[in-house]
Design a binder for this molecule. Structure first.
Ligand SMILES: Cc1cc2nc3c(=O)[nH]c(=O)nc-3n(C[C@H](O)[C@H](O)[C@H](O)COP(=O)(O)OP(=O)(O)OC[C@H]3O[C@@H](n4cnc5c(N)ncnc54)[C@H](O)[C@@H]3O)c2cc1C
Length: 379
């Protein structure tokens, strides 16, 4: 989504210097370690040399370039849960399908729609667009024990009699639901999400049947076909990663202050000084910089903020007149990354998925521009 910002931001004096053949070699040497020139890169295809002074990486959470350029990632591990996404073909000629409306449900809300399909889910989202799109967060295994009887036994007979049967049924529901393991979608319940999702551990027939049960409960006819692109996807949702440093600096081979080969420097290494050669910034944005929990609905929102923050660092690299502009840019990027990390994004008012971020110090929208202090709580 942030791809438009990706790859090249022009403007500094470094641009012309990077055009030199020697720097083309450096560019690829720094990226892939292969030492080949830009014009011979990418599997022998001829690629035109690209001048740049900042390389903005918007490759999403699986970013290959952040890995290859040595960005260390800090990874948080959560209880094993999985994201389930399904797309079914939308037939506007079918009256039932045409009447379907986008909707979102949380397990604790009174209108939780899944009672026949016993899958234990926290959240169901249905979006009607080009396809019928369904997204859920589902458990690997149900760990809930039924404590309803214990609870009821402790009550006096009058209070006990006053509880409607539906409420008691609802109290029992959590223990009666099933995780992917009990549903037979996972053949074995391995500790790691990756092992659970291994091809030979997933029963595709059961997975598709379960998705059918879910979509029918939400109102879709049983005849609706799966869409050809991304019909059903199940992915590990128990980890999220963020770059420890938001910026690294590419330095070409140098003869002064001391002879050195091409380097990719962390902020600390760069700020320690003594680096020569042509220098350029590498700045991840969006999920490549900091992954969200997608049910919190903040991924692209925070992604736009991080893109603007890094654009502001580029601006400092171009416009700073006192001192070294790259030092100013690196310091700014690091300070803002730390501030964004400390904000309680997506924890919402209710604590439930999708309930937004609540008040986390964001400035009024009308004041927003690329300057991070006009958007975020940063001094
Ligand atoms: C099921 C689901 C539901 C979500 N719901 C919401 C929601 O309601 N609200 C919300 O704000 N967020 C939501 N998110 C999160 C949101 O989608 C992401 O935070 C957001 O898309 C991140 O944007 P991005 O541009 O950083 O990365 P991406 O959208 O992942 O885009 C990265 C792009 O770069 C491409 N790419 C990767 N490597 C290369 C390369 N080497 N060269 C060229 N291209 C490359 C990828 O193919 C991809 O197209 C959801 C996520 C999922 C999975």
């Amino acid at each position: 989504m942030i791809q438009a910002l990706s790859t090249v931001m022009r403007g500094c004096q470094h641009v012309t210097e990077c055009m030199r053949p020697a720097n083309r070699v450096w560019l690829w040497a720094a990226f892939g370690g292969s030492g080949v020139g830009v014009s011979e890169a990418a599997g022998g295809e001829s690629v035109a040399p690209v001048s740049f002074d900042a390389y903005v990486i918007a490759e999403g959470g699986w970013s290959d370039s952040t890995r290859r350029l040595g960005f260390a990632k800090s990874v948080e591990i959560f209880k094993p849960v999985f994201g389930l996404v399904a797309n079914l073909r939308y037939n506007p000629d079918d009256l039932k399908e045409r009447n379907m409306r986008s909707q979102i449900h949380f397990v604790l809300s009174p209108d939780w729609p899944l009672s026949n399909c016993p899958i234990q889910a926290e959240f169901v989202e249905y979006l009607k667009g080009e396809t019928h799109f369904f997204a859920l967060v589902v458990s690997k295994k149900n760990h809930h024990k039924d404590q309803t009887d214990d609870y009821l036994e402790k009550m006096d007979p009058e209070s006990r009699a006053a509880i409607p049967d539906e409420v008691i049924e609802h109290m029992r529901m959590a223990s009666q639901q099933k995780g992917l393991l009990e549903m037979g979608v996972f053949r074995k319940g391995y500790a790691s999400g990756q092992a659970c999702l291994a091809t030979d551990n997933v029963d595709m027939e059961r997975l598709h049947q379960m998705v059918r049960d879910i979509t029918q409960e939400l109102g879709l006819p049983p005849t609706t076909e799966f869409f050809e692109t991304n019909p059903v996807q199940l992915f590990d949702f128990s980890r999220r990663a963020r770059c420890v440093d938001p910026v690294r600096v590419l330095c070409s081979a140098a003869t002064s202050p001391a002879p050195s080969g091409p380097k990719v420097l962390s902020p600390a290494e760069f700020l320690a000084g003594g680096n020569g050669g042509v220098q350029a910034l590498v700045l991840p944005v969006g999920d490549a910089l900091q992954e969200p929990i997608w049910t919190q609905g903040l991924g692209i929102n925070r992604g736009f903020h991080t893109a603007m923050n890094q654009a502001y660092a580029c601006l400092l690299a171009r416009e700073t007149r006192t001192g070294d502009p790259l030092i100013a840019a690196v310091r700014e990027s690091c300070a803002v990354h730390e501030a964004v990390w400390k904000m309680k994004w997506g924890e919402g008012h209710s604590g439930l998925a999708g309930s937004g971020s609540g008040y986390i110090g964001l400035k009024p929208f009308k004041e927003w521009d690329t300057q991070p202090r006009n958007r975020l709580p940063i001094r």
